[in-house]
Design a protein around this ligand. Structure first.
Ligand SMILES: Cc1ncc(COP(=O)(O)O)c(C=O)c1O
Length: 414
């Protein structure tokens, strides 16, 4: 414990944040596709003298499926877009009225969020997931969790000497955040892959996007144990914890996993999917009080505060479980319809016991499957977006209306 504190202090006190010049040169993993230099790009590079930051990042994945999207849109029944996990069901009236009730308030919000919001988060984690031992001070609202994840390695002061571990098949923003901070990156699902290396930060994502895989208590305990022994920070992205269809998904902060000790642990929670609040940008991070306090300190200086009406909406969403239950049931029905149709059409569905996606394969390169689906007017996300191990899968989202899901199912079995 003392060693973890010492390492945290080292990370938190690190004098020099990563400079752009250091960017991941020693990284084990380069972005799959680099942006091509354009005349505009050249001009920006000259203006900034140090080169374009965007050139460090992969091509924005969704730009690469434009032709499949155009083909799917030619379907006489219209496109069924299942490529992005964006909610389509309306925001609950309870949340909308909490937003508009404070619309006249003009002052700056606080970065830490209102006490009501933080208390509501503490209570929701207890009620919904049995997570205890969180103090309201250790809750920090974020402007959607993508923003936090893209900035986390840099907020923690990590740089070129540090290693960030992300899942083999992963939500792309973990890699983006590490590239922006110039850290080394390793894709690994198991601790043995790390060898003698001691990472600075390990990401876990259970239930996973894109695979829907759930990590059991034993697996998570091993990660926590390893992290404690080697003074590593664990960031657990729990965006889909409230959307579990089979079995049980637990938080890294669950007493069964952490033994009630949150040192070195961060749990990242989004309201985008469970409360249909993607448009509002609403999430929070909690866990180790010292780490959360440090994030708060840096974010306060950077003006990274959640708009006050969104804080109010979030408080209402976290205080009510009925709208969440209703939404979960909508997705459960859509999942059943799509799953049956995909299996009937010869797909194999792997994992997918939780979350908003069916991780599906026909045992062929994912771009071939993407074209096969586009012929039927259905757009999916190619598995290679999420890492080389996704090369033969497509990710099919459950986030479409009942009608569009029914249309997709009918096309799949026709
Ligand atoms: C695993 C995972 N983490 C984080 C996010 C970001 O969610 P948001 O920024 O809407 O909170 C997503 C969104 O799809 C996701 O799938």
């Amino acid at each position: 414990m003392e060693r973890l504190r010492q390492r945290q202090c080292r990370i938190l006190r690190r004098p020099r944040l990563a400079r752009w010049g250091d960017q991941g040169r020693q990284g084990r993993l380069r972005p799959a596709v680099h942006r091509r230099a354009t005349a505009d790009g050249q001009r920006v590079a000259e203006l900034t003298a140090r080169g374009r930051v965007s050139s460090l990042l992969p091509e924005f994945p969704w730009d690469t499926i434009a032709s499949a999207k155009a083909r799917a849109a030619e379907h006489p029944g219209g496109i069924v877009d299942l490529s992005v996990g964006t909610p389509v069901d309306p925001v609950d009236p309870l949340i909308r009225s909490a937003l508009s009730a404070v619309a006249e308030i003009p002052g700056y919000p606080t970065t830490h969020g209102t006490p009501e919001l933080r208390d509501a988060a503490v209570e929701a984690l207890k009620r919904r997931f049995g997570i205890t031992g969180i103090s309201s001070a250790a809750v920090l609202p974020v402007i959607g969790t993508k923003e936090l994840i893209a900035g986390l390695p840099r907020l923690l002061g990590l740089g070129s000497q540090d290693l960030v571990v992300i899942p083999e098949v992963a939500y792309p923003t973990y890699e983006v955040g590490a590239l922006l901070a110039g850290t080394r990156i390793l894709r690994a699902d198991g601790l043995t892959r790390l060898g003698p290396e001691t990472p600075a930060l390990i990401y876990v994502n259970s239930p996973s996007n894109p695979t829907g895989k759930v990590l059991g208590v034993d697996h998570l305990r091993k990660v926590v144990e390893f992290a404690r022994e080697r003074n590593v920070i664990v960031a657990s992205d729990e965006c889909y914890l409230g959307l579990t269809w089979e079995g049980r998904a637990v938080s890294i902060l669950d007493p069964e996993v952490s033994d009630g000790d949150h040192t070195g642990l961060l749990a990242i929670h989004s309201l985008s999917k469970t409360s249909n609040l993607a448009s509002y940008r609403a999430g929070f991070v909690t866990g180790d009080p010292a780490l959360v306090a440090e994030l708060l300190e840096v974010r306060k200086h950077s003006g990274m505060m959640l708009p006050f009406p969104i804080q109010s909406a979030m408080t209402a969403a976290l205080s009510d479980d009925t709208h969440e239950d209703r939404q979960r049931e909508r997705y459960r029905v859509r999942r059943e319809v799509l799953r049956k149709a995909l299996e009937q059409a010869g797909f194999r569905i792997d994992h997918s016991e939780a979350g908003l996606y069916l991780w599906s394969t026909r045992g062929e390169p994912c771009r071939v499957t993407l074209d096969w689906l586009a012929e039927r007017g259905i757009l999916a996300a190619p598995g290679e977006f999420y890492g080389p191990q996704g090369a033969e899968h497509v990710r099919i989202a459950l986030t479409a209306s009942d009608d569009r899901i029914a249309a997709a199912a009918a096309r799949l079995v026709a």
